[in-house]
Design a protein around this ligand. Structure first.
Ligand SMILES: C[S@@+](CC[C@H](N)C(=O)[O-])C[C@H]1O[C@@H](n2cnc3c(N)ncnc32)[C@H](O)[C@@H]1O
Length: 614
């Protein structure tokens, strides 16, 4: 309380001196103020990437997409954990939290205002406002709740007589988090005006990479430099349009650059006002909700998992879609979640435990080697008789043989595949080494340890038998060029984007082998890059004749891109053909639903003996 009072006095001091009508330093500066401080960043791209996207979307549409990418979606999207609670109960709790917060802020402000002997002053006008809480109206998604935000807002930055406000420049990552509702922490601060004291009001802008000679990019700010202001600061004009809000420093300039952690600026005015869920999720609503993008929730729906089925989530961490799938199955069946990163597998375990889901089994596995080469034919699926298995054997053998030219399916030594008698091994088609088996026995004897709530500590796995999953989700690692807000994209080159496409096709090859005939594959990415979306779909349809695009429900995204692209360097890419565009969902960040950029394709898998087209 005492600390806050100090902050407040500092604001008052600054305000009483400020006069927006008597700026004398420069008429131009005064005129430019609103423009200068309005939030209007330009998203920078590698020139070849920009050209590629402009051709794909058309210059105007691409420019709209870029603008949308620099802004956060103006709502928070919450998936209610229906295993634990109801949508109505969650909405009621959020409203209750908002009411309490408003009351708390009002009382706090009154106290502070009395102490400071001022009439009215709100430390953070955005904090006391309530955000509308709405239930999603899309059929079947009534367990999704939106908490609306707003922006971009014009902010009255704090002038001291005729001088511009003191300033802080933060890193791009820090700014992107602040735009989503976070605070400014010390490690994110790059530069600061001279003589900044604890309690000062500072304008916060972002230091994004700028073009330099030789076609590269550089941020041009050494951590700790002193910002000189208008006259002598070479980057002053470059900050136009890059201001993300205003806040109060919690320490002096010296403290900021001496320290390694902690809150640096308490944001009081933001260009975008979005509900912050940090405190809510960790306390009152823990386990009841999960913050997730709408397209991700829709992806799980489109997969349409049924109770009792066996589902593979091939690139699963941190587990957002895995847990959405398990919830849709009412936690009945098996959701096998794999990721190549051990630590990320632990994140899935923790999330599953937090949401109280037991049908999820996690494995550390490189999905490029997800098909276990051995036991391809001898493996007996659960629910399948030995004779059924034998009769399918010949066909499968042919199929696998023909696939071997696509990819070396498994580099692992498969000497340890003799555990087909092991219930668990047969059930999930996952093979454990002797060492893993010994470890597992020890674990079973000693009971679960830390992070072992579900599926163990990211059990290492050597792959699965072909045709053992009813449905496969390939939420592929991608360039993530649909994520918002994004303030810079120059690091992506056409080469890196093309490599992503190749990688995704190799992952897709694995998915095709693992899904059973009659099953379903859903392919999704969070990028706007057609080379990682439509071009992968084209590859899939042209390579595997037994695949067909399936209708998606719900479908609120737009159509996919039809056509092809040829670049001056001879590279060419084919996208969708007429008639296919309405069977995929492309979420346009500048579209009416204000989502991230996202792509979903769903494939029905026919009898696999109907051929490959290699
Ligand atoms: C787009 S993220 C998945 C997000 C996740 N589906 C969710 O909704 O929470 C991609 C994931 O793929 C994983 N990954 C990348 N290459 C992989 C590979 N070869 N095998 C398995 N996982 C991989 C990354 O570690 C990353 O966690």
């Amino acid at each position: 309380m005492k600390g806050t009072r100090v902050l407040l006095k500092s604001i008052n001091r600054n305000r009483s001196f400020s006069s927006r009508t008597t700026h004398s330093q420069s008429q131009i500066l005064q005129m430019d103020q609103s423009e200068r401080y309005s939030y209007n960043p330009t998203l920078r791209w590698n020139p070849q990437v920009e050209e590629y996207f402009s051709k794909a979307y058309g210059a105007e549409a691409f420019s709209r997409i870029c603008k949308a990418l620099t802004r956060p979606s103006c709502y928070s999207c919450i998936r209610v954990n229906t295993q634990r609670t109801t949508t109505e109960a969650v909405i009621e709790k959020i409203l209750e939290i908002q009411r309490e917060k408003r009351l708390h802020d009002t009382v706090n402000n009154q106290h502070m205002n009395n102490d400071a002997e001022v009439e009215t002053l709100s430390v953070d006008s955005s904090r006391s406002e309530t955000s509308p809480v709405l239930k999603c109206q899309i059929p079947g998604l009534d367990y999704v709740v939106f908490v609306k935000g707003s922006g971009p807002h014009d902010i009255q930055y704090d002038y001291h007589q005729d001088t511009p406000p003191k300033e802080i420049i933060v890193s791009r990552k820090c700014a992107e988090a602040v735009l989503r509702g976070a605070q400014v922490y010390v490690p994110g601060i790059l530069a600061c005006s001279a003589h900044v004291e604890k309690g000062d009001v500072v304008a916060v802008s972002v230091g994004v990479e700028q073009p330099i000679r030789d076609n590269g990019w550089a941020i041009g700010i050494t951590r700790g430099i002193v910002l000189q202001g208008l006259k002598t600061d070479p980057q002053y004009l470059e900050r136009d349009g890059l201001y993300i809000g205003q806040g109060i420093t919690t320490m002096s300039r010296a403290g900021i650059f001496r320290g390694l952690s902690g809150l640096g600026v308490d944001m009081t005015d933001r260009v975008f006002k979005l509900a912050s869920f940090n405190d809510i999720t960790t306390d009152v609503l823990k386990g009841d909700i999960f913050l997730q993008n709408l397209p991700s929730i829709i992806t799980a729906h489109v997969l349409d998992p049924k109770e009792g089925e066996r589902i593979l989530d091939m690139c699963a961490a941190p587990g957002g879609k895995t847990t959405a799938i398990a919830s849709l199955m009412k936690d009945k069946g098996e959701v096998i979640a794999v990721d190549r990163s051990h630590n990320k597998v632990l994140e899935i375990n923790n999330l599953a435990a937090e949401l109280g889901l037991h049908s999820i089994k996690t494995y550390k596995l490189d999905a490029l080697k997800a098909v276990s080469e051995s036991n391809l034919i001898s493996e007996v699926k659960v629910g399948q008789s030995q004779s059924e298995s034998e009769s399918q054997g010949g066909q499968e053998e042919e199929f696998i043989k023909s696939l071997s030219i696509l990819d070396k399916v498994n580099d692992n030594d498969n000497n340890n595949n003799n555990n087909t008698g092991d219930d668990e091994g047969v059930k999930v088609g996952c093979y454990k080494s002797k060492a893993e088996e010994r470890k597992e026995k020890r674990r079973m004897k000693n009971g679960p340890g830390r992070n072992q709530a579900t599926g163990g500590r990211g059990t290492k796995c050597e792959g699965f038998s072909p045709n053992t999953f009813d449905r496969v989700l390939l939420d592929a690692p991608c360039s993530a060029l649909g994520l918002r807000p994004r303030l810079f994209s120059g690091e992506n080159t056409v080469d890196s984007l093309r490599k992503n496409g190749k990688y995704q096709k190799r992952l897709f090859d694995q998915a095709v082998q693992l899904v059973r005939p009659g099953g379903v594959i859903v392919y999704s990415t969070c990028t706007i890059n057609p080379g990682e979306n439509e071009a992968v779909v084209r590859y899939a349809l042209d390579t595997y004749k037994f695949l067909s695009l399936a209708h998606q429900d719900p479908r609120i995204g737009g159509p996919g891109l039809v056509g092809h692209y040829e670049s001056p360097d001879g590279y060419s890419e084919e996208w969708l053909r007429p008639g296919e565009e309405d069977l995929v969902q492309r979420f346009d960040p500048s579209g009416p639903h204000d989502t991230i950029g996202f792509f979903i394709a769903k494939f029905n898998v026919g009898p696999k003996d109907c051929g490959l087209n290699l």
